[in-house]
Design a protein around this ligand. Structure first.
Ligand code: TNX
Length: 510
């Protein structure tokens, strides 16, 4: 046989692909409906991608798929070439009937010579593309023909998310993580159908986002972090690059400026903000709850107005997170006064406010969202006030908790969170919070004990993969025994991405 150097001659192909079983695929999250048809689509040099011409954003999704196919297989798959001569085509098309179900619903029909991905929206198509990526073998099938083929198991999939908000949080304040680190985290989260990345941008130990009208925030607050490391910060252009990268991955960035507590770094830069009567000093430790803004000073609200305005202007997503946790040295009435005022500022810049569960004690609007992390009472208060809740209970969903006694990184104030504990719980039926109030799970990764991307990966993976399934898949589709096999089979992918995951002994890693 011949090796083709340029475009191969078209020839009728009689491919004898192996029998497949789509129902045995290691998909995470598990799709809502799946039917196997026991043949295969030959992904190879004769494959092309065609996307609906008039549908916004679909071509970009096709290009994304082509890039990912190239990364894994070296194949150059064309997208929307004018006269496709290819014999096996992946069509990506818009479907009005799916958009009536959910904005992220998609359907896949995988046949012997075509794949049809129908999707409610470009975001839905993007989710379907992740499913396809997970169905692509890591290695070509070598024995079947004289050029490489990556057979994709045939059948149909109909899929739709259970929760609309599928989030992860990264604390870049205790330790700074570069734009490249954040992009890698986005790559991994997007593969498992996350759609939100919340960035905890400020805390006692550092301020990580350039605010042009208050430059000392990053000049001073950007130069410190926990321990002796040098800190760092995002220029507004860096932040825009993160937002754009997230958007390409159909993920929303939620910026957080934590206040009135957790504000020591801001007060070191501008002591006028400080409300605890002390001259603030740089803080490189890991205690919480000792700092506060002065909640009765107009300058403080002028400052917050500038910060919210500048960040909102470069944040296309609907949310602005104001923190609000552990303000232990703020008087209760001052705290309530503060949250009420800051909510108005957030709304003035057309954002919806999110706050940690303590904000439920203020008189907040039903458009605001409460993030349950510790207090069941606050979460229940949020429900009685008809607020939406993001589920981040520390005992189940904190990525910075140690796996067990022997974990190298992490904390244990909420207990140990081994891989099964992280997966075996029902976010839709936790602490009496009704399903209707729940937006979804967000898994926070606080960075007191980690300062590199590989340490980040060690805590986030594999647990973050489990939250992806709890967020996306139907409750009746979730099952630990079945999940742990699929999780073990993620190892080749994680290794191909150079992810320093924690090889939990509960899992049989492939
Ligand atoms: C509590 S969770 C905090 C953070 C810490 C974290 C460590 C929350 C709203 N506040 O300030 O980093 O515990 O696990």
């Amino acid at each position: 046989f011949v090796f083709f150097s340029c475009k191969p001659e078209k020839e009728p192909r009689v491919l004898n692909l192996p029998k497949t079983d789509l129902s045995q695929a290691d998909l995470i999250p598990k799709p809502a409906l799946l039917n196997a048809s026991y043949s295969a689509f030959p992904l190879d040099q004769f494959t092309a991608i065609q996307t609906a011409p008039d549908s916004l954003g679909f071509e970009e999704v096709g290009i994304f798929l082509s890039e990912k196919i190239k990364d894994r297989t070296q194949l150059q798959i064309s997208v929307n070439t004018e006269f496709p001569e290819q014999e096996s085509v992946i069509y990506i098309q818009q479907s009005d009937s799916l958009s009536k179900i959910n904005n992220e619903s998609y359907a896949l029909k995988i046949n012997k010579d075509s794949i049809i991905l129908s999707a409610a929206s470009a975001s839905a198509a993007f989710r379907g593309v992740q499913t396809l990526r997970q169905l692509m073998p890591m290695k070509a099938s070598d024995s079947i023909i004289n050029y490489p083929v990556w057979p994709i198991a045939s059948g149909t999939i109909n899929d739709t998310p259970f929760f609309e908000y599928r989030g992860a949080m990264l604390d870049v304040a205790r330790h700074f993580f570069t734009v490249e680190d954040v992009k890698k985290y986005i790559d991994l989260l997007a593969y498992y159908k996350y759609n939100v990345l919340h960035l905890h941008l400020t805390d006692d130990q550092g301020w990580r986002i350039e605010i042009k009208s208050w430059p000392k925030l990053t000049e001073i607050g950007g130069a410190t972090e926990v321990g002796t490391e040098p800190g760092g910060f995002y220029t507004q252009d860096d932040y825009k690059a993160i937002v754009a990268y997230a958007a390409k991955n159909h993920m929303t960035i939620v910026p957080e400026v934590d206040m009135p507590g957790h504000t020591n770094a801001a007060s070191v830069a501008y002591p006028i903000l400080n409300g605890n009567g002390k001259t603030p000093e740089i803080y490189r430790g890991t205690h919480v709850g000792f700092s506060t803004f002065d909640t009765r000073k107009d300058t403080v609200y002028q400052f917050i107005d500038d910060v919210v305005r500048e960040i909102s202007a470069i944040t296309p997503g609907p949310y602005f997170h104001i923190g609000g946790d552990e303000s232990h040295v703020t008087q209760k009435d001052d705290y309530i006064y503060f949250v009420n005022k800051v909510e108005q500022i957030v709304q003035k810049y057309d954002k919806k406010m999110i706050g940690w569960d303590e904000v439920a004690t203020a008189d907040i609007d039903t458009s605001s969202v409460v993030q349950f992390w510790q207090s069941k009472e606050n979460a229940e208060l949020a429900v009685t006030k008809n607020l939406k809740v993001i589920m981040s209970p520390a005992k189940k969903a904190y990525l910075d908790m140690k796996y067990d006694l022997k974990s190298e990184y992490g904390l244990n104030w909420a207990g140990y969170v081994p891989v099964d504990t992280a997966y075996v719980w029902k976010p839709e039926a936790y602490e009496n919070i009704p399903r209707e109030n729940i937006l979804g799970i967000e898994a926070p990764l606080w960075s007191e004990t980690i300062s590199t991307i590989s340490e980040l990966e060690y805590l986030a993976f594999p647990r973050a993969i489990g939250y992806a399934e709890l967020n996306w898949s139907l409750p009746e589709q979730r099952d630990w025994e079945n999940y742990k096999v699929r999780l073990g089979n993620q190892a080749p992918f994680l290794e191909s991405m150079d992810v320093n995951y924690y090889p939990s002994p509960l899992i049989d890693w492939k």
